[in-house]
Design a protein around this ligand. Structure first.
Ligand SMILES: Cc1cc2nc3c(=O)[nH]c(=O)nc-3n(C[C@H](O)[C@H](O)[C@H](O)COP(=O)(O)OP(=O)(O)OC[C@H]3O[C@@H](n4cnc5c(N)ncnc54)[C@H](O)[C@@H]3O)c2cc1C
Length: 385
């Protein structure tokens, strides 16, 4: 009996080793009908940028006010649970459900009695008003983002090339490969551009839409008594002094025993080389001040150790929605960027949808129409008209 014709071999090259590139690699390689192990080209190291320096907070329903984003986030939240069951059995990347609270930090030192919602490691004086519950372990969770990115990438089996993508090679309106600085053209039938805030450095992207960077800072501390820190994510509001800008830092204890604190953002383009990104001393100092107000466990003067002080860039689009889909006019060239402050949450459904689009011709897990890069072409031509 003649063998059934096999599906055509697809050579897929993913550009960028952040969480979006890594999840796309994973879902391509685990596709049920046509598993495809891609090649991934990363300039520095997997998870060297925002995907390694993010909070790693996940929420089921915090994107519900935007219907398209709600579908992506809900599908991703479910996939995070499935991925954790498949890949995090040995606690490789610390997936865990968390309690989530909103706390208003007082500007001035004050004494107060403990509130029943506050975990014992948070100083009672840290809350100027009763804390509010924003999420429960059913609706909020966390991963260590850098370890998550590396774990899904490793599980994909992708060949990883550490080098710089220079451009996409296009022949007759169809993708033919990727020009990589140190090795010439890597041939491809499909290319995925997952370059985060660097996506706009490619002319073919810049011609269609803008991606900007928003710089944000973070510190990671090892508290004096890590065993006392419970899985509570804290969303703070803090006005350092009357009339000053309101700050909204976030605090995420991690299963590693460390505590991550982020905030202090400003619009600024990312430098060419992700390895050169550094935090600004004033912003880092403010995060230490905030950490010390939240808990004496986080005061460096009282035994907390600094693990890292860092900064990175959120990839942002002009309409606030991610861009996920095929580039207009270039068959086989796909883009996935602009996930802003929800890239760790939304990477799984982004990667799963792209894998379906590339291998099946249509995404089923979420409707990608609202995320299409073609939406910017329509706006540009309306503006030009
Ligand atoms: C402080 C902070 C906290 C955050 N907290 C959360 C959170 O709690 N939950 C959440 O869901 N999201 C969070 N985010 C958002 C999340 O981190 C990002 O949306 C996400 O990491 C973006 O992933 P990415 O893969 O698109 O981009 P990146 O992680 O930026 O990856 C892009 C990759 O492309 C590589 N690259 C660039 N140029 C080239 C080139 N020419 N050739 C090859 N490679 C190249 C870079 O080196 C980089 O590794 C946070 C972000 C910040 C800044």
């Amino acid at each position: 009996m003649a063998a059934a014709p096999s599906a055509p071999h697809r050579r897929v090259v993913i550009c960028g080793g952040g969480v979006v590139g890594a999840c796309t690699a994973y879902f391509l390689s685990t596709h049920a009908a046509a598993p495809t192990v891609p090649t991934l080209v990363e300039k520095c190291a997997p998870a060297c940028a925002a995907s390694g320096k993010a909070g790693g907070f996940l929420a089921l329903d915090w994107c519900d006010s935007t219907p398209a984003l709600s579908a992506l986030a809900r599908a991703s939240f479910a996939l995070h649970r499935r991925l954790a069951a498949a890949l995090d059995g040995t606690n490789a990347y610390g997936f865990r459900p968390v309690h989530t609270l909103s706390i208003c930090l007082p500007s001035e030192a004050r004494s107060s009695s403990p509130h029943p919602l506050l975990p014992p490691w948070v100083d009672p004086s840290a809350s100027a008003a009763p804390p509010r519950e924003l999420g429960t372990p059913d609706t909020t969770a966390q991963v260590h983002p850098g370890l998550f990115t590396k774990a899904v990438l490793a599980a994909s089996g992708a060949e990883v090339i550490i080098d710089e993508v220079e451009r996409v090679v296009v022949r007759d309106g169809r993708v033919a490969g990727v020009a990589v600085k140190g090795r010439g053209v890597v041939d491809a039938d499909a290319v995925v551009l997952a370059l985060g805030p660097w996506s706009g450095r490619l002319e073919m992207v810049r011609e269609v839409f803008d991606v900007s960077g928003l710089k944000a800072h973070s510190i990671v501390l090892r508290p004096r008594e890590p065993e006392k820190i419970t899985p509570h994510a804290l969303f703070l509001s803090y006005q350092p002094e009357p009339g000053a800008k309101m700050l909204d830092p976030e605090v995420y204890p991690r299963p590693t025993g460390e505590v991550y604190i982020c905030g202090m953002s400003k619009d600024e383009d990312a430098p060419d080389d992700p390895a050169t990104i550094a935090g600004e001393p004033d912003s880092i100092a403010m995060l230490h001040k905030i950490a010390g107000k939240v808990s004496r466990q986080l005061r460096t003067g009282e035994g907390a150790k600094v693990v890292v002080e860092q900064a990175c860039y959120l990839p942002c689009t002009t309409d606030g929605l991610p861009v996920i889909g095929e580039m207009p006019g270039v068959k086989g060239c796909y883009v996935a960027t602009g996930h802003s402050c929800w890239g760790i949450l939304n990477a799984p459904a982004t990667g799963a949808a792209l894998a379906e689009l590339i291998l099946d011709g249509k995404a089923k897990i979420v409707d990608l129409a609202p995320f299409s890069p073609a939406r910017f072409l329509k706006r540009r031509s309306r503006r030009g008209a």
